[in-house]
Ligand binder design. Structure first.
Ligand SMILES: *Cc1c(COP(=O)(O)O)cnc(C)c1O
Length: 393
């Protein structure tokens, strides 16, 4: 049997020796929190009374009519701060407080996870410092302002490509020296064990709710579930509730950027089945890298999907054939962004628009009473500038 934290040949804990002990302690604290009634009660109350759970499940009548099958959205866009990331940030911040840590550090690319961390820290009375590449700070100014308003310190990272992967390096470096009083609040199902399992656990509320809500309104499970895949947390969050149901087809949508052949994309699974396995930021998984193992630059119109690695659980789910992974290009995502806004009055995040883009490909292929559930991971307010520029609005 393999060590804990492996998903088939993927996952693990590839870190400097100094981090092995804090990771072990975190794993133990997480396991006892999972079994602790008071912890669960406090987290449930935060999610309900502060963050706004359960989020709605919305039937899209216009979209359903146009596509020829039933479309339901799980509305993580309605969660406080506008995306699913707060589920994980509140869970980990509460765990950090249970472990008597006083300070949270986090990395952020688009700034959404940084905002969720700043908000959770403010609510729970913890200090927050967020590492962010200087290029991203410029691109995502409103999120920098939100973090600062909530009392977090934003630490600029001017090294490397000045984006997310450099921010993660800095956060890991900080944690190696500060773990006595600091929790590293990682934002997706990535990094060394126990992070992937822990983040998946805190996001599993999405799928649990959606399953219950759909059984209540339709009396049966969906035929398909679709979610976008950046690091992979919102998709794992919704997929988990259906993994044991072979009748439910699960599809993950990666960022196809300018198209796979252009090389300018973030579709880690677009290569041959075993191309691109490597170790990055403490975990063994699919990574976009060149022949020398150097991490490639990625591109997506959506900042939240623009990351060179994918969570190790996804690598396993793909190897097992349980989840199908496809990609949607920037123009396809922008088209879906407009479509949902016009048809239903819901402006989706550009990340979520990738999942919606896959819906259009199913047109004419499903029965009228087929049910397709899409996880709407976030709202599009943060993307208005980008989208309107691209759409010439
Ligand atoms: C960060 C983000 C994503 C991508 O992250 P995952 O870990 O793959 O979920 C998707 N949608 C939104 C709205 C985000 O903010």
């Amino acid at each position: 049997m393999k060590a804990k934290g492996y998903f088939g040949e993927f996952g693990g804990s590839f870190v400097a020796e100094t981090l092995l002990q804090p990771l072990r302690e975190l794993g133990q604290a997480f396991e006892s929190a999972k079994r602790s009634k008071p912890f669960q009660r406090e987290l449930d109350s935060l999610l309900r009374d502060y963050a706004g759970r359960p989020t709605a499940l919305t039937y899209c009548s216009t979209l359903s009519r146009r596509l020829g099958f039933k479309v339901y959205l799980k509305r993580e866009d309605l969660l406080h701060t506008g995306a699913h990331k707060l589920n994980n940030a509140l869970g980990q911040a509460l765990l950090a407080r249970t472990m008597k840590k006083k300070r949270l550090i986090a990395e952020t690319g688009a700034g959404q996870h940084g905002v969720a961390t700043a908000v959770a820290a403010a609510r729970l009375g913890l200090k927050a410092e967020v590492y962010m590449g200087t290029v991203d700070m410029e691109r995502q100014k409103p999120n920098v302002q939100r973090m600062r308003l909530c009392g977090a310190e934003v630490r600029p990272v001017p090294s490397g490509s000045k984006t997310l992967k450099d921010a993660i390096n800095e956060a890991l470096r900080d944690w190696s020296a500060s773990f006595e009083d600091t929790h590293y609040l990682l934002g997706s199902v990535l990094g060394p064990h126990p992070f992937p399992s822990m983040v998946a656990h805190f996001q599993s509320v999405i799928g649990r709710e959606a399953r219950r809500q759909l059984l209540k309104t339709e009396g049966r499970l969906p035929d398909q579930v679709i979610a976008c895949v950046g690091g992979g947390s919102n998709s794992i969050g919704v997929f988990q509730a259906f993994l044991g149901e072979p009748s439910v087809k699960l599809t993950g949508v990666e960022a196809g950027g300018h198209g796979i052949r252009s090389g300018l994309h973030a579709a880690r699974f677009a290569g041959t089945p075993d191309a691109g396995v490597g170790v990055v930021h403490g975990t063994r998984t699919f990574v976009l890298q060149d022949a020398f193992g150097q991490i490639k630059n990625t591109h997506s119109v959506s900042a939240g999907l623009d990351y060179p690695a994918v969570g190790p659980m996804h690598a396993r789910l793909r190897a097992d054939g349980r989840v199908e992974y496809v990609s949607a290009t920037d123009p396809e995502a922008l088209k879906a962004f407009t479509l949902l806004s016009e048809a239903e009055g819901i402006i989706p995040a550009l990340e979520s628009a990738h999942a919606l883009a896959h819906l259009s490909r199913l047109k004419g292929k499903l029965k009228r009473d087929a049910i397709v559930l899409v996880n709407l991971s976030g709202r599009g307010d943060k993307d208005l500038d980008t989208a309107c520029k691209e759409l010439n609005l």
